[in-house]
Design a binder for this molecule. Sequence first.
Ligand SMILES: [Zn+2]
Ligand SMILES: [Zn+2]
Length: 349
Amino acid sequence: MRALVKTDRGPGHLEVREVPIPQPRPDEVLIRVHACGICGSDLKIQDDQHPYSPPVVIGHEFAGEIAGVGADVAGWVLGDRVVSEQHTGACGRCRQCLTGNAFACASKRAPGYWVDGGFAEFIRVPAWLLHRIPDSLSFIEAAFTEPSAVAVHGVLERIGIAPEDVVLVLGCGPIGLVAARMAQVAGASRVIITGTDRDEKARLPKARELGIDQVVNVERDDLAVLVADLTGGEGADVVIELSGAPAAVAQCFRLARRLGRVGIIGQPPTDEIAIPYREALFRALAVSFSYSSKYTSWERALSLFARGAVIPSQFVTHVLPLREWKQGFDFSRSGDAVKVVLEPSQEGV
Ligand SMILES: [Zn+2]
Ligand SMILES: [Zn+2]
């Protein structure tokens, strides 16, 4: 089968190769991948700025149909349409696993980074990680479940949005956009989302199209003044950091109101970032870091899709066959696209 493989360490070393079709173990299923989204972390792997273990098939935002079932798997049959959580290798016995937080298991080896991922015609995954795709969704729409589950987890499950909250989302990548939409669905009184000049091409216009209340280009408008104006000088009830920009991380703590909540989901390029520590302390901010997602996040994301509260097709701007992966990566990197989805099974085996 054909697969997009990160063949070695260092920048680049990414190519479509012929690799063997994986054989599912007794507790696994084989999935024929119909759609797999390009994520910011795929670009980071391409640049050698994200942990991974080469050679590895990358891609983790996949959707497909079951094409093989391991001997010990119950409840799933050939042809079932599925998406899958990312917790391959989770031990099932540690405190994180036993409390429903397998995403944080130390033994986890996520597909697309540590074990072969979804930019391939087939992938094998443990059956306990599967979720059924609602009939109303296409595979392309379903491939948006993973980034949406990350938003559900970080915004709805870790921070929590209450009616009346003023919610500020910093960053308008796919997760920022869907997080802003979810905050509206959850009853926020006003949702503000930010971007920069490069986001004027696709992402800020998309935010306006989605009906986000306030769409701000921070290179043109003074965000601090705008937030103060909108909140009577108090600050936002909730600030969600999804830009990964160190300056935005520091700014989060100044834009939240006293006793406000700050959610950090964006991934900055460096480990150490200066923050206004005492300001955060004397505002008694609740700060929550979040990455990945859990069972409930996936069921909630799929429920929001099925209900039409979040419409995944609105976020997918480009669909390409696997062989045009390079163009897809370039679209993602340039900000010309919101979400790019590749179709690995498009041209047959
Ligand atoms: Zn992703
Ligand atoms: Zn574990």
